[in-house]
Design a protein around this ligand. Structure first.
Ligand code: SF4
Length: 348
């Protein structure tokens, strides 16, 4: 979304003015072809644009080939240590390969991988995370975020030196501030698209809060082109949360429900109605802001910028558009009328 250079992962463009793409990773056994394909299809249905699959050894290759063939989204092969696995994954249909030149070993091996990526016209993702900061940077006087960024930059330079520039960079830390500073640092030095995320973000709630803060800060500073929210557990959650974050920050179309926190003036069940509105508008591909407010004292004013809203009254509710009340409804008609108005706006 913000980088100067654009690369293609299958049909998905990353960088430049292209929309931020959402990634996730399978957690099934790659050898279990059927379950892995099923998980990829579920991830794709939930909104993932790209899915990464670990290819551990050459034994995974036949299954990986089948997975690529049957996938509905481009597949990134995640490779560690063995250059032969990277080459075979490329030949088997990987749309991008994630390697770490540092752990691939001798330069001739890295060269072979780059040669295959060139031949099959696919990008390479390189980078570093807080656990792979290189000793030489860690031991000098560099601050940690700079050591992290320089570690990634060193990987980039290895690939560049082989005449390859179809690069995506990933720098991840589990510390949101370090993550931000390292990505900012590298975004100012190279034109390549950045894959952003907070690594080892934890279980659901912690991961959600940490990733929202960490990735939100980056995106609002125009840094990041593709993203993954790491959550321990079912990867579907990662995609749902990523989509929500992008919608709430205005990077992706969808509904945004504004709801007041409620207080002693509250006349309707705000939480219950807001949840229903969320259900009615699930998955829509249109920007729409809907307000659910507890009372008319502050309701219409506080949600002036909503496309449509409702505020509780003593007898039911007042529906307003752009801050102006257009209809009052009794309690028993409140839900059905509000839903009708929302439907009309969505279909207009
Ligand atoms: S909108 Fe009304 S009910 Fe909701 S918090 Fe504000 S004053 Fe209270």
């Amino acid at each position: 979304m913000f980088s100067k250079k654009v690369v293609y992962v299958g049909e998905v463009p990353i960088g430049g003015n292209n929309p931020l793409s959402i990634q996730s990773m399978t957690n099934t056994d790659t050898l279990d072809t059927e379950r892995t394909i099923k998980q990829i299809i579920n991830l794709s249905n939930a909104g993932a644009d790209i899915v990464r699959v670990s290819v551990r050894t050459l034994d995974d290759i036949p299954s990986f080939k089948e997975i690529c063939k049957n996938s509905t989204v481009p597949i990134v092969a995640d490779i560690h240590f063995d250059y032969r696995v990277a080459i075979e994954a490329i030949k088997s249909g990987a749309a991008k390969v994630r390697i770490n030149p540092g752990n691939i070993g001798e330069s001739w091996k890295v060269k072979e991988v780059v040669k295959a990526a060139k031949e099959y016209n696919i990008p390479i993702r390189v980078g570093a995370n807080s656990g792979s900061i290189k000793k030489e940077f860690e031991n000098n006087s560099m601050v940690r975020y700079q050591a992290l960024a320089e570690s990634a930059l060193q990987e980039v330079r290895i690939i560049e030196a082989l005449g390859f520039e179809d690069i995506v960079i990933s720098i991840k830390s589990s510390d949101a501030k370090e993550n931000f500073l390292a990505n900012k640092y590298i975004s100012e030095k190279v034109p390549y698209p950045l894959h952003i995320g907070i690594t080892e973000a934890g279980i659901y709630e912690d991961a959600l809060i940490l990733s929202s803060a960490g990735l939100g800060t980056l995106l609002l500073n125009n840094i990041g082109d593709t993203m993954r929210i790491s959550i321990a557990g079912d990867p579907i959650q990662e995609v749902i949360v990523a989509k929500k974050l992008l919608t709430l920050l205005g990077f992706k179309k969808g509904s945004r429900i504004i709801a007041c926190p409620t207080c002693a003036r509250t006349e309707i069940n705000v939480e219950e109605l807001a949840k229903k509105v969320k259900e009615w508008t699930k998955g829509i591909d249109k920007d729409i802001n809907i307000a659910v407010m507890g009372c008319v004292v502050n309701g219409p004013g506080e949600s002036k910028h909503a496309d449509i809203g409702i505020a509780g009254t003593k007898t039911g509710g007042a529906i307003f558009i752009n801050g102006k009340i257009i209809k009052t409804v009794p309690k028993n008609m409140l839900e059905i009328t509000f839903k009708e108005y929302i439907k009309n706006i969505i279909n207009s």
